[in-house]
Design a protein around this ligand. Structure first.
Ligand code: CO
Length: 172
């Protein structure tokens, strides 16, 4: 089921999400709904808080190179992630379903390794130094109440806020 996406500057995006302790049907339904919601907006990642649930859960599904498909079985479901390695620097263009239509180059670590749990509570590790590393860092920021535009320079941030306000006025 597709859920509503929380749009910037909604205050819920600033919440620090809570650790997941029960890996039950409610969590599974949430993860399934997050997939439907992300696909409906052609996104590649979504954190639970973006559908208004403040728990440490996120999904990532990067389309296959040759097709644009994002089959459900390719979805990486990440619960209670912890960074165990983070190094290098790389710039990548990022966007966010909570800030639709805005794309900016953001500097992050090139390589990350995380420890996390799956929907059943089993522990895993994953590491990457490509676009998945970017997506992991972007989505993990949501769990800390942060959005990517906070990483922009002062000038760029001001420009964004001005544009965003204008856009809001036109749609409301
Ligand atoms: Co985002």
């Amino acid at each position: 089921m597709i859920r509503d996406i929380v749009i910037y500057p909604d205050k819920r995006l600033k919440l620090i999400s809570k650790e997941v302790t029960s890996f039950d049907d409610e969590l599974h339904t949430l993860l399934d709904d997050m997939y439907d919601t992300m696909i409906s907006k052609k996104g590649v990642g979504l954190a639970a808080i973006q559908v208004g649930v403040d728990i440490r859960a996120l999904i990532i599904n990067i389309p296959n190179d040759d097709s644009d498909e994002q089959p459900k079985e390719n979805t990486l479901e990440v619960i209670n992630p912890i960074f165990i390695e983070k190094n290098g620097i790389e710039k990548h263009q990022e966007g966010c379903l909570s800030i639709p239509g805005i794309y900016e180059d953001i500097e992050r670590a090139k390589h990350v390794k995380i420890e996390y749990q799956d929907r059943f509570g089993n522990k895993h590790t994953i590491e990457d130094d490509d676009f998945l590393a970017v997506a992991i860092q972007h989505e993990c920021d949501h769990l800390e109440g942060k959005v990517f535009i906070e990483k922009l320079s002062f000038i760029k941030r001001k420009k964004f806020e001005k544009e965003w306000k204008k856009r809001y006025k036109n749609t409301l």
